[in-house]
Design a protein around this ligand. Structure first.
Ligand code: AMP
Ligand code: MG
Length: 347
């Protein structure tokens, strides 16, 4: 057990890089400890990407399988050049268009980061976050920071400091609490070593946005086909799961109401994950949680993980969830929902 310090920090404060909370967290990183910090996607659990010992601590605290590589967070292009051998013109175009922001690039590794970060692969995943606290921490520590989401492996990703505290209190040195994160789902991971580039994980930057920037974009077939392993090792794992068994119901409201009626005969406590538009449609359910407005899918992405964690507190036996269009950010929302449901869909 270690004592987990919590440093509150206002993301809008001036000169964050020199704020005492950031300096304290950066000192922990310099000592090889690991700390959680907010990014614009979700909270990350950071350690020195060049130090095997720190990276091991990240895997250990999360209970993360060691074959699932980590994303390295940087604040400058110089840091990218230090850890990658080559930034070709398409990768450069993505950097110019989307960084800092929720896009991760898989690039050829120079072997500068620990083997534990890349899980032995010849490539490394790199991202430049836009969140002021994340940027300040990277600059103050002057380190490339390896950081997966700051949750126990398999749980919904954390979008608030108390989510991190719930999962990792006692196993990490500290948490920078900068309030709620913005996007709410993780970064899009793009493999830049293929022609055309390949989406390995849908996320905060949509396929449509990528196509607009660089033209051709492929999608890893392993993302949707069960007979093919995904190219991002992490995509094969169970993830984001609430404690109750969750089911996706594409047919929507009426079908969900039928299912609730059936479950009520069996005396089970039923939760429904819905949207503002449908909040009054399930009077029979025990718990109805709204994750956002269907007409504004960004609000759904923003609240999704918080709502999934909320169901645990409500102690429901089963969750029935509405589904969403896969346009834009909808693809990332449906990817996370489908994993949270362990692939269970009721036709
Ligand atoms: P997380 O750190 O939980 O946000 O997950 C990062 C995702 O990026 C996981 O699905 C990893 O498997 C994937 N990833 C990280 N590095 C690489 C890499 N070098 N090649 C392919 N996928 C990667
Ligand atoms: Mg994660």
């Amino acid at each position: 057990m270690v004592e987990t310090q919590v440093w509150r920090v206002d993301p809008d404060a001036p000169d964050l890089e020199h704020a005492p909370q950031i300096i304290a967290a950066a000192e922990k990183l310099a000592q090889g400890e690991i700390v959680a910090f907010p990014t614009e996607t979700v909270y990350g659990l950071g350690g020195n990407a060049k130090l095997q010992d720190s990276v091991r601590k990240i895997y250990e605290a999360k209970g993360r399988p060691s074959d699932n590589p980590l994303i390295v967070h940087v604040a400058t292009l110089e840091q990218v050049r230090d850890i990658c051998t080559e930034i070709h013109p398409i990768a450069q175009k993505l950097i110019d268009t989307f960084w800092p922001g929720p896009l991760t690039l898989v690039l050829p590794s120079r072997g500068e980061v620990s083997n534990a970060v890349t899980a032995g692969l010849s490539t490394v995943a790199v991202r430049m976050p836009s969140h002021p606290v994340a940027r300040a921490l990277i600059l103050a520590s002057n380190l490339p920071i390896a950081a997966p989401s700051a949750n126990r492996s398999g749980r919904p990703s954390p979008t608030r400091a108390d989510h991190v505290f719930h999962d990792l209190d006692g196993s990490i040195a500290g948490i920078l609490d900068g309030g709620e994160t913005g996007v709410g789902v993780e970064s899009t991971v793009v493999d830049c070593t293929t022609t055309p580039i390949t989406i390995l994980r849908p996320g905060g930057i949509s396929k449509e946005q990528l196509i607009e920037a660089v033209g051709a974009v492929a999608e890893d077939p392993g993302l949707t086909r069960s007979d093919q392993a995904p190219k991002a090792p992490g995509m094969k794992y169970k993830h984001y799961a609430p404690e109750a068994t969750m089911y996706l119901v594409p047919a929507g409201k009426d079908r969900i109401s039928e299912l609730i009626a059936f479950e009520k005969n069996n005396d089970r406590r039923i939760g429904v994950l819905t949207t503002e538009e449908n909040r009054d449609s399930y009077p029979e359910a025990d718990v109805v949680l709204v994750c956002g407005r269907r007409s504004e899918p960004e609000t759904v992405a923003h609240n999704l993980f918080d709502v999934l964690r909320h169901f645990d507190q409500k102690k429901v036996d089963a969750i029935y969830s509405e589904t969403f269009s896969e346009d834009g950010i909808g693809k990332a929302i449906m990817n996370r929902l489908s994993k949270a449901a362990g692939g269970r869909v009721i036709e």
